[in-house]
Design a protein around this ligand. Sequence first.
Ligand code: BV8
Length: 250
Amino acid sequence: MTEPETARAAALLGQAPRVVVFTGAGMSAESGVPTFRDALTGLWQRYDPQALATPEAFHADPELVYGWYEWRRQTVRLAEPHAGHRAVAAIEKRVPQAVLVTQNVDDLHERAGSVAPLHLHGSLFAPRCSRCSHPVPVADDTTLEPTEGRRIPPPRCPRCAAPVRPGVVWFGEALPPEALEAAVEAAANCDLLLTVGTSGLVYPAAEIPQVAARRGATVIQINPLPTPLDEVSRVNLRGPAAQLLPALVR
Ligand code: BV8
């Protein structure tokens, strides 16, 4: 990745009146929040995260799955947004029409000043009843240090006593229709889509940059590694989000 490419990307971004920023787990990596592909630390090396992030896994072993999400939520609580998250918030303030679409279930974009990210895969901070979907506030237990493999019995719904589940979209579950529709609408009508830190492998979220490209928008990608989005990206910035995003908004 060279300086001229970053300058070219910054110029394209500066000329676009309608922008979508699309982020994946790599956006939070430099805040110390592991991506799925490198979440395999400690106990979790024995489990495939994609196998844990399913309704079947929660039904089979609610304590293991609920403990995993609590570990991830505590990890996020102890993390801080980085300069890349703040740069995304700056883009949203500067661009006439900007929409942030994220696959991430953390709250780092919000804590960096982004006002209304579209969370396609839900949030670690919105647990709900597994039966009646009644929202259940997260316990404010910042004292719990993230430890590997804590088994935690899910709390019970105050309304129907069924187990509480994490507020995320599991594999095999439908994405929240209103968020997905708004994201597709924004991608179909943008001049530029900036995709950051996603492998572009998980559907239907991975369709979002493809929709923008098909409609003729300029796609800029930030990722240290190649992804399927390389072929639709007009500029590929090979590097980390916390370093490259601030360079786009100087
Ligand atoms: C559904 C919440 C149907 C949970 C997540 C079509 C084709 C093929 C498969 C499917 C398809 N349609 C559906 C499927 C099945 C499945 C799917 O896509 N499987 C994949 C694996 C093939 N999709 C689903 O099941 C979806 N549901 O379609 O339901 C339906 C319809 C109607 C009614 C009923 C059912 C639901 C998918 C959502 C799953 N939930 N998250 C949780 O977090 O626990 S997805 C989860 O994994 C993350 O949100 C993320 O999006 C995804 C991948 O995780 P990571 O690899 O960590 O992240 P990412 O992919 O973003 O990659 C990290 C990137 O960062 C890398 O490229 C790396 O190079 C880069 N990076 C690293 N460091 C940095 C960096 N970049 C910048 N800076 C750095 N410093």
